[in-house]
Design a protein around this ligand. Structure first.
Ligand code: NAP
Length: 318
């Protein structure tokens, strides 16, 4: 009898802990966003957000969503025509917002980066940085490449666009963010940070972006700076750089951007931006990283083969 009571007590305690854990997880997705904390409108001007890689995909989603939520935006990229079209769209949809184009090719990082970025930012009241630029779209025909098949320059480009540019941009803009505090940095990472095959350098950069944010968050707290750093884990999103159909587990770029802004203030170093990505990541709490990698490998193998088949068909048609 006493033994039965003992096991019943353990069962109740474990169920209680699981319920608390579940309630905490749900709270992250239903609590109101703290984004308005970073939006100031007074005699010193309106807050600006800087979005890297804003000409397409998730970055473009952030540009729309931040304008809709009251921010002026710096839209960064390398293609002036695309950014100009985005600027026209934003001006038509949100005539009260200001927008500014910042051109800098992240694959051509050089010592002039400080000067060129700050020349554009001027004395704007910057309260938000979205470190979004990245992806593997530069690898043609397929983003899924074995590590030993990269050339020196290809690997350098992947590292510069996905990691180095983000670190340099954060370093350059941080003094301005501290000056305008409270302020916020959103770092777009990926589920690939767990280590995916045929995406090895990309996986490594996504782990770098997460660690960069976690270290900086600790530094801001240690120095009593009111700068929130939020790492965002992203699963599959339908974008120009990731050509997959939208579905329950594959949101649009706009939906991902909006969901991410809703997570602001959740008091975590990193969070799954989109609820269904969180659901797909749930097994990680129960199974080993190796088992998770094995499941991801199956999916990536299929995606990789599809792209290679399509490229082979195109070659035949030529
Ligand atoms: N889509 C997904 O499933 C997914 C999943 C996890 C994480 N993510 C992350 O989300 C972020 C955005 O991905 P996405 O799918 O939206 O990518 P995307 O559609 O390819 O858009 C990438 C953006 O970055 C810009 N960009 C690329 N290379 C650049 C360079 N050298 N210099 C300046 N700008 C450059 C692109 O400009 P152009 O318009 O000129 O190409 C575009 O604006 C990335 O950090 C990616 O790792 C995406």
């Amino acid at each position: 009898m006493e033994l039965r009571n003992f096991f019943a007590s353990i069962g109740i305690a474990v169920s209680g802990l699981a319920l608390i854990h579940l309630a905490r997880e749900i709270f992250v997705y239903v609590r109101p966003s703290s984004l308005p904390r970073y939006l100031k409108k007074d005699e010193k001007g309106t807050s600006w957000a800087f979005i890297s890689g804003a000409s397409d995909g998730i970055g473009l989603g952030f540009a729309h969503e931040l304008c809709r939520r009251g921010f002026n935006v710096f839209i960064h990229g390398r293609n002036y025509e695309k950014l100009r079209r985005l600027q026209d769209d934003l001006c038509a949809l949100y005539p009260e917002r200001q927008t500014k184009i910042v051109i800098y090719d992240a694959s051509e990082l050089a010592e002039d980066v400080d000067e060129r970025i700050m020349d554009e930012v001027g004395d704007a009241r910057l309260t938000l940085l979205v470190n979004n630029v990245g992806g593997m779209a530069m690898m043609k025909p397929s983003p899924y490449v074995k590590l030993h098949d990269f050339s020196y320059n290809e690997m350098k480009t992947v590292l510069d666009v996905n990691a180095n540019f983000t670190a340099q941009l954060t370093r350059i803009l941080l003094p301005r963010l501290m000056q305008s505090q409270p302020s916020l940095v959103i770092n777009i990472s990926s589920i690939a940070k767990l280590g995916f095959p045929w995406l090895v350098p990309y996986s490594a950069t996504k782990a770098f972006v997460s660690a960069l944010g976690e270290g900086l968050s600790a530094e801001m707290r240690a120095d009593k700076q009111d700068v929130e750093i939020l790492g965002v884990i992203v699963g599959s999103v339908s974008t120009a750089g990731h050509n997959v159909s939208e579905g329950l587990f594959v949101p649009s770029a706009g939906a991902l951007a909006s969901a991410t802004l809703d997570r602001v203030g959740c008091n975590r170093l990193s969070v799954w931006g989109y609820w269904s990505h969180r659901l797909r990541g749930f097994p990680l709490e129960l199974i080993s990283q190796k088992t998770f990698q094995a499941a991801a490998t199956k999916e990536i193998r299929r995606l990789r083969q599809d792209i290679l088949d399509k490229a082979a068909d195109k070659d035949k048609d030529k």
